[in-house]
Design a binder for this molecule. Structure first.
Ligand SMILES: Nc1ncnc2c1ncn2[C@@H]1O[C@H](COP(=O)(O)OP(=O)(O)O)[C@@H](O)[C@H]1O
Ligand SMILES: [Mg+2]
Length: 323
């Protein structure tokens, strides 16, 4: 079973770069690695100069990539549900369900639901094929909503199952087959479908809560807003029982700055760095310097060196800090 590593953080802090650098590092260590981008602004393809789509694509030895488009995924998700239902429910019920689905497809959160569904699928389907699955997640707010969704989706599935049971009971009565209701329900394809989905969801949820298999890494820059947002995100995830194990402080200026502009920036940066180590005593804190060059495969390899500690999972993860 794979280990799952999520890279979260504000837009622009370096999530994609760090996720890609870490995935490359895993692959260099001959761990079969899948790098998944769920960020609408896809940049894995740019980084690896490859066409990456929603199918698993080989990028380098031991390294595979996959990009998920939330809008496409949302449409596909709704269609999948519709197609599943078309075969098994009466036209009247179908119309009602279609109305609900169409309403759902434009409601806020449907893209997150679809993305989460896809993530669940990846965890369940690709979990056994890879040693590491690295998620380059969407920015913080979305990610957090995703983590809260299993409960919402679980409740939604429960309600659908209840409705279906009710409908089956009614149709059973109309056909004077009340006594066979139990049997009909046991064989009902819609109920089977829904309960399979629920089981998948619960399996993924288990992974999400397994500290040995799932790690959450937050990337931030030594600046006020990213520090504040990270503190908030770490708190919210903790409430959902998901510990953030590691923080990556990215784009740190070199030490020996000449007097003037950059030295002043360096002083400000140092104060944020000490704030970070005070604010996050439970997290392991890694530093990555600002690179002089644009991020390409060579710079990714350099970044990977700083991320090497992530290959090792600390005991009592997220509880003790080494910072
Ligand atoms: N350590 C670094 N040194 C120099 N440039 C960096 C560094 N980390 C990221 N960048 C650059 O910053 C920009 C944003 O990084 P990216 O990884 O795309 O962030 P995110 O995925 O969080 O939006 C990119 O242009 C990237 O090349
Ligand atoms: Mg990105």
């Amino acid at each position: 079973m794979a280990r799952f590593v999520f890279f979260g953080g504000k837009g622009g802090v370096g999530k994609t770069s760090c996720a890609a650098a870490f995935a490359l590092l895993c692959a260099k260590n001959q761990q079969k690695t899948l790098l998944v981008s769920t960020d609408p602004a896809h940049s894995l393809a740019d980084l690896f100069h490859a066409r990456i789509g929603c199918e698993v694509t080989e990028l380098a030895p031991f390294l595979f990539g996959m990009e998920i488009n939330p809008a496409e995924e949302s449409t596909r998700y709704i269609n999948r549900v519709k197609n599943n239902l078309i075969q098994v429910v009466s036209p009247v019920i179908l119309e009602e369900i279609e109305k609900q689905l169409d309403a759902a497809s434009i409601s806020p959160g449907s893209e997150e639901a679809a993305l989460f569904d896809k993530m669940v699928e990846i965890i369940n389907e690709n979990g056994n094929d890879f040693d590491q699955v690295v998620f380059d997640t969407a920015p913080t707010g979305h990610t957090l909503r995703l983590m809260a969704l299993p409960e919402l989706l679980g409740a939604w599935l429960d309600r659908l199952m209840e409705k279906r049971r009710h409908a089956l009971k009614l149709s059973g009565m109309a056909m004077r087959k009340g006594h066979e209701a139990e049997e009909i329900m046991a064989k009902d394809p819609v109920l089977t479908l829904l309960s399979n989905r629920k089981a998948n969801l619960e399996r993924a949820r288990e992974v999400l809560l397994d500290r040995q298999r799932l790690r959450f890494v937050f990337v931030l820059n030594p600046e006020r807003l990213p520090v504040e947002e990270t503190a908030k995100a770490v708190g919210v995830l903790a409430k959902h029982g998901i510990p953030v194990n590691d923080l990556v402080v990215n784009r740190i200026l070199p030490d020996d700055q000449p007097p003037g502009f950059w030295q002043k920036r360096k002083v400000i940066e140092s104060s944020y760095l000490s704030q970070i180590s005070q604010k996050f005593p439970a997290q392991r804190i890694l530093h990555i310097p600002l690179m002089e060059m644009e991020i390409d495969e060579t710079t990714l390899e350099k970044m990977a060196v700083w991320l090497a500690p992530l290959l090792e999972i600390k005991e009592a993860d997220g509880v003790e800090g080494t910072a």
